[in-house]
Design a protein. Structure first.
Length: 122
């Protein structure tokens, strides 16, 4: 049984947040792209940083990794920062193996991501 990717967006102090759930695979392209656009349009004061929250994601395949890379590239072209939170240990390891973690900062959970973004260490 597959679980379609769903995305909710919201603005928090210091960041626009995209909370993903289900499976991030080839069928998630339109969902992820639309969520990114909603996130940056809905929170202009926070549009410089976008948090991709993976806490409710069950599965990410290689096409899903490619989608994440495309969002990261789009954000960089627009001078935005993208960070990730809530990855399971397995997918955190995948981000490390693919070296995606060299280009996207990883946080254990959304609270820590937002806290670090709003109160960076001096």
């Amino acid at each position: 049984m597959t679980s379609a990717c769903e995305a909710t967006t919201r603005a928090l102090p210091g960041a626009a947040v995209i909370e993903l759930s289900g499976e991030v695979d080839g069928s998630a392209a339109a969902v992820l792209t639309a969520a990114y656009e909603r996130a940056v349009e809905a929170s202009p004061e926070n549009h410089d940083t976008v948090v991709l929250d993976f806490a409710a994601v069950d599965y990410i395949n290689s096409t899903g990794i490619a989608l994440i890379v495309s969002v990261l590239a789009k954000a960089r072209a627009e001078r935005r920062k993208v960070v990730a939170s809530g990855l399971s240990p397995h997918y955190r390891e995948i981000f490390d193996i693919t070296r995606l973690s060299d280009f996207i900062e990883l946080f254990p959970d959304l609270d820590r991501a937002v806290s670090q973004l709003t109160h960076p260490a001096a």
